[in-house]
Design a protein around this ligand. Structure first.
Ligand code: NI
Length: 163
């Protein structure tokens, strides 16, 4: 289990480095799954546990009874739908506040899996939203950073009031 950093820890604003040696992140990936399920959450990016590498884990289905663990190394979006959806997003690093974020409804995600194999997945609905949220973390972005300035300021104030 790893400690989950709270926004605005500066590590959450860092652009993470690509993984060059897949074996070197095996322990990190295992710890991240354990930490994510315990939180409990449906997605966790490496910088949220202080590891500044391009890795995230997610499981869009487990809270509704279907375990679908997915670990992505060096993920990138290679296609995105024109159709956008707005959904409520929570973040384990920003507990107590959710943000309404608009993103493509479907994406094609390319990544390396924990065994080192290249993968391409079509994701839609919540899984697409979750993957985009986690990928943002690897670029130093949180859901607040996807909001208009006034909405962002209001939610940041809500969050600070909880601290
Ligand atoms: Ni998050």
């Amino acid at each position: 289990m790893r400690e989950i950093l709270r926004w605005p820890d500066p590590r959450l604003g860092t652009v993470c480095a690509p993984v060059s040696d897949v074996a070197s992140v095996a322990g990190l990936v295992a710890d991240m799954f354990e930490t994510m399920y315990a939180a409990p959450g449906r997605g966790l990016a490496a910088p949220q546990v202080g590891a500044l590498v391009r890795v995230f884990v997610m499981d869009a289905g487990w809270k509704s009874g279907e375990k679908t663990p997915l670990a992505c190394l060096n993920p990138r979006i290679v296609a995105a739908s024109d159709r956008l959806v707005t959904g409520e997003e929570a973040c384990l690093s920003i507990p107590g506040v959710t943000a309404e974020v608009t993103r493509p409804d479907a994406i094609t995600l390319a990544f390396t899996d924990p065994e080192g194999a290249a993968q391409v997945l079509e994701l839609t609905g919540f899984a697409a939203t979750c993957a985009q949220h986690e990928l943002d973390h690897l670029d130093g972005l949180v859901h607040f950073d996807r909001l208009e300035p006034a909405a962002r300021a209001a939610l940041v104030a809500d969050y600070e009031a909880l601290a």
